[in-house]
Design a protein around this ligand. Structure first.
Ligand code: NAD
Length: 475
C-alpha cells in the first residue's frame, strides 16, 4: 500500500474527480506507485480564497493554540514515522533508515516551532513625550505561497509550514510531484491535529504554472522556495515585481578543506558517509574537495576505499547504504559531469557510470586530477560524485573555496584552533562546519549567502520571514 494522493484545500482531501494526473514512479525499479491529481486553475483559486478567508481568524489565534497544534503534529509525526518513511523511500529512493530519520527530525522541528511561536515578542520604545506610548508589533504577513523539492520532502515542507502557521499566517504549498507522499502525510497530520480549514492548503501541478499563478495573485503576500538557483532567481524576480517578501533556500556547491594536520582517517570516513547521504542529493552535500598536498594521497586512498565499500540498492533493503537517484533525469546529468571531467584530463578512480539494473542508480564516484573549471567543480552535482583536488597554500584554498557564486555550506577538517577560527570567519558561506556536520537542526539557522539564497529557516530567525513590523504610537 502506498500513500493516498490528493489535493488538500480548505480542509478537504480532493481526489482525481476529472482532474489531470501525473504518475508517481518508484526510482528503485521504475514501477508506477500511484497517480497524483493536479490542481486546475479553479483549484488554485479555491486554495487562494480558503487561505485568505482563514487568515482573518488565524491571524488572531492564540499562540498557545497554534503551539498546541504544532506539538500534536510533532507527536503524530513520531507515531507515524515508520509508515511515512516507507512511502518516502518508495517515491524518493533514500534508504529507509534515512527516511525515518528525516521524519523523526521533523518532529523536532515542529516541537521547536511550537515553543518559539509563543515567544514572538514586540517591544515598547521609550517616548520623548511621557504621554505617548510607542509600540512595535510583529504581525503575520498574510497568505504565503511555498514551493518545496523532492530531496527532503517532509523536512523542507514542514519547516515552511510550521514557520508560517506558527507566525499566524496561512499557506498554500506546492510539494514535489516526483515524491509527494511525505507532503500528503504532513497535510494528514495537521488535519488530524485539528488545524482549521484553509490555514494549510496543498496543491500539485506543473511547477512553473502553479508558481506563476500564485505569486501573481494579490492574495499572496510572501513567497518561500527551496530548489535550484535558476528557478529561485526566476521566482524571486516575479515576487520582486509584485513587491512580495521572499525566503529562498537555493543550491550550494559546498567546499571541503582538509588541512595537513587533520585526522585523515576520520575525515575520510565521515566525509564519505555524508557524501552518499540521500545519494548526494543534498543542497549541503560536500561537493568540492581541496586536500592539502601532504595528506592528499592518504586521504584519496581512504576516501575512495570508504566509498567503494558502500552498499547501493533498494532503499527498503535494510543493508542498503545508498539508494537510487530520485528520478531518471538525474542520470544523464551525472554522466555529463563525469564525461566533462574525463575530457579535461580527469581520472575516474571509482564508479563514473550508471549501475546496470532496474531503477535509476549511479555509482558512488571519485574524480581526481581535474581543473577548477571542470563542470563538476563549478556546477552543483547533486549526486554521488566527489571531485578531489589538491592545494598547497591555505590562502589559495580559501580563495578557491570562495570563488563560486554559491555560499550555502562549507566544511573543514583541522586540529588547529587558529585555522579553524580563520576558516569560520573567512569562508563565504551561510553555514561553516569544522570537524563535524552540524547544520540543519531545529534550533540553528539554515540559509545561504550569495546565489544560495535569502533568509534563514530554523533557529530564533525562523519566523522573521513571516512577520511584518508595525509601529503604533498613541497619546
Ligand atoms: P528543477 O530545478 O526543475 O526542480 C527543482 C525543484 O524545484 C523541484 O521540486 C521542482 O518541482 C521545483 N520547481 C522547478 N521549477 C519551478 C517553478 N518554476 N516554480 C516552482 N517550483 C519549481 O530541477 P530537478 O531536476 O528537479 O533538480 C535538479 C536541481 O535542483 C539540482 O541540481 C539542485 O541544484 C536543485 N535542487 C535543490 C534543492 C535544494 O534543497 N536546494 C532540492 C532539489 C533540487
Amino acid at each position: 500500500m502506498y500513500q493516498h494522493l490528493a489535493l488538500y484545500i480548505n480542509g478537504q482531501f480532493l481526489d482525481g474527480q476529472g482532474r489531470q494526473t501525473q504518475a508517481v514512479i518508484n526510482p528503485a525499479d521504475g514501477s508506477t506507485l500511484g497517480q497524483l491529481p493536479l490542481a486546475s486553475q479553479a483549484d488554485l483559486d479555491a486554495a487562494l480564497h480558503a487561505a485568505q478567508a482563514a487568515f482573518q481568524s488565524w491571524r488572531h489565534s492564540s499562540p498557545m493554540d497554534r503551539s498546541a497544534i504544532l506539538r500534536k503534529v510533532a507527536e503524530l509525526s513520531r507515531e507515524r514515522a515508520q509508515e511515512i518513511g516507507r512511502n518516502l523511500t518508495l517515491d524518493q529512493g533514500k534508504p529507509l533508515a534515512e527516511a525515518v530519520g528525516e521524519i523523526m527530525s521533523c518532529a523536532d522541528h515542529a516541537d521547536w516551532h511550537a515553543e518559539e511561536c509563543r515567544r514572538i515578542y514586540g517591544r515598547v520604545i521609550p517616548a520623548r513625550n511621557p504621554k505617548v506610548q510607542q509600540l512595535v508589533l510583529r504581525e503575520p504577513i498574510g497568505v504565503c505561497a511555498a514551493f518545496t523539492p523532492w530531496n527532503f520532502p517532509y523536512n523542507q515542507a514542514i519547516r515552511k509550514i510550521c514557520a508560517a502557521i506558527g507566525a499566524g499566517c496561512t499557506i498554500i504549498l506546492k510539494g514535489p510531484e516526483d515524491s509527494p507522499s511525505a507532503v500528503m502525510a504532513i497535510a494528514q497530520a495537521f488535519h488530524d491535529a485539528g488545524l482549521p480549514p484553509g490555514v494549510l492548503n496543498i496543491v500539485w501541478g506543473v511547477p512553473h504554472e502553479v508558481s506563476d499563478y500564485l505569486i501573481r495573485s494579490p492574495i499572496v503576500r510572501k513567497v518561500s522556495f527551496t530548489g535550484s538557483v535558476p528557478v529561485g532567481k526566476q521566482l524571486a524576480a516575479l515576487a520582486g515585481a509584485h513587491m512580495k517578501r521572499i525566503t529562498m533556500e537555493l543550491g550550494g556547491h559546498s567546499p571541503v578543506l582538509v588541512l595537513p594536520d587533520a585526522d585523515v582517517a576520520r575525515a575520510a570516513r565521515q566525509l564519505a558517509r555524508f557524501k552518499i547521504r540521500n545519494a548526494g542529493q543534498v543542497c549541503i552535500s560536500p561537493t568540492r574537495f581541496y586536500i592539502h598536498d601532504d595528506i592528499y594521497t592518504a586521504f584519496v586512498d581512504r576516501f575512495t576505499q570508504e566509498l567503494a565499500n558502500v552498499k547501493v540498492g533498494d532503499g527498503l533493503d535494510p543493508d542498503t547504504q545508498m539508494g537510487p537517484l530520485a528520478h531518471e533525469r538525474r542520470i544523464p546529468m551525472m554522466q555529463k559531469f563525469v564525461d566533462n571531467a574525463r575530457s579535461l584530463g580527469g581520472k575516474v578512480l571509482l564508479g563514473g557510470e550508471q549501475i546496470k539494473r532496474d531503477g535509476f542508480f549511479f555509482s558512488p564516484t571519485v574524480l581526481t586530477d581535474l581543473p577548477d573549471d571542470a563542470l563538476v567543480m563549478t556546477e552543483e552535482p547533486f549526486g554521488p560524485i566527489a571531485p578531489l583536488t589538491r592545494y598547497s597554500d591555505l590562502d589559495d584554498a580559501i580563495a578557491r573555496a570562495n570563488s563560486l557564486p554559491f555560499g550555502l555550506s562549507a566544511y573543514a577538517f583541522t586540529q588547529s584552533l587558529q585555522d579553524a577560527h580563520r576558516l569560520g570567519t573567512e569562508l563565504e558561506s551561510g553555514m561553516v562546519n569544522i570537524n563535524h556536520f552540524g547544520s540543519s537542526l531545529p534550533e540553528t539557522p539554515f540559509g545561504g549567502v550569495k546565489d544560495s539564497g535569502i533568509g534563514s529557516e530554523g533557529g530564533a530567525e525562523t519566523f522573521d520571514g513571516y512577520l511584518v513590523t508595525k509601529f503604533v504610537t498613541q497619546i
